[in-house]
Design a protein around this ligand. Structure first.
Ligand SMILES: [Zn+2]
Length: 219
């Protein structure tokens, strides 16, 4: 409630990118209310001892570029943040539900922790290697940095595809059509198949979603 009041005050001051009577804003609230309980149930079924109480937030600052991401707050609560520009970029509620379900899937699949572990292992591995070769402290620190980046990126693409697969099922269970939601990939730039890129190419992601739809008999 306090948060709503803060948002409302910002809106009165003309500082937000989206007033509460904006159809995109209302659609965001409705989709979040549909997706959150499904995400929570799915998360608890994987691990009943985890914090699965998702907070789905809207970042109303007008300068924020289109983006959606998943994080965990200081208390361990999973948070999914959408910027106003991102919310406005969706052509329908199915696309919005699809991306929201993808983000909650990252948490359910434990991707942040796994990525952190990969980064740590990469840093240790490359740091030790350069140390054994007699590298200077600066060279070792540099190797640790490179190792962390490579480690974090090494499974990044497969994490995205895993989140696409689970997100497809979650959006269906929340009452939306992943076959329509997947068309979101048609309107975003294709990162292509870059070596150590963070995201897989769009056609690969579309294929994975369509396979999931077919395997589970979704629509
Ligand atoms: Zn993702």
């Amino acid at each position: 409630m306090r948060r709503c009041l803060i948002l409302f005050a910002l809106w009165l001051a003309g500082c937000t990118a989206m007033p509460p009577d904006d159809p995109a804003y209302r659609s965001f609230v409705a989709v979040a209310q549909d997706v959150e309980p499904v995400a929570e149930a799915e998360c608890l079924s994987k691990d009943p001892n985890r914090n699965c109480d998702f907070q789905i937030e809207l970042d109303l600052s007008p300068a924020a570029p289109p983006n959606a991401f998943q994080s965990v707050d200081r208390t361990g609560r999973p948070v999914v943040v959408f910027t106003a520009a991102m919310v406005k970029s969706f052509r329908n509620a199915d696309e919005m539900a699809f991306v929201m379900s993808h983000e909650v899937a990252h948490h359910i699949l434990g991707h942040l922790d796994r990525q952190r572990r990969n980064a740590q292992q990469g840093a240790v591995l490359l740091g030790e290697l350069v140390s054994k070769e007699g590298g200077s402290p600066e060279e070792i620190a540099n190797a640790q940095y490179v190792g962390a980046v490579v480690g974090a990126r090494s499974y990044s693409k497969s994490f995205e595809l895993e989140a696409d697969t689970m997100g497809t099922v979650i959006s269906h269970l929340a009452g939306y059509r992943p076959s329509v939601g997947v068309r979101y990939f048609e309107q975003i730039p294709d990162p292509g198949d870059m070596f150590l890129g963070s995201h897989p190419a769009n056609p690969e992601r579309i294929l994975v979603v369509k396979e999931t739809i077919r395997a589970y008999g979704l629509n």
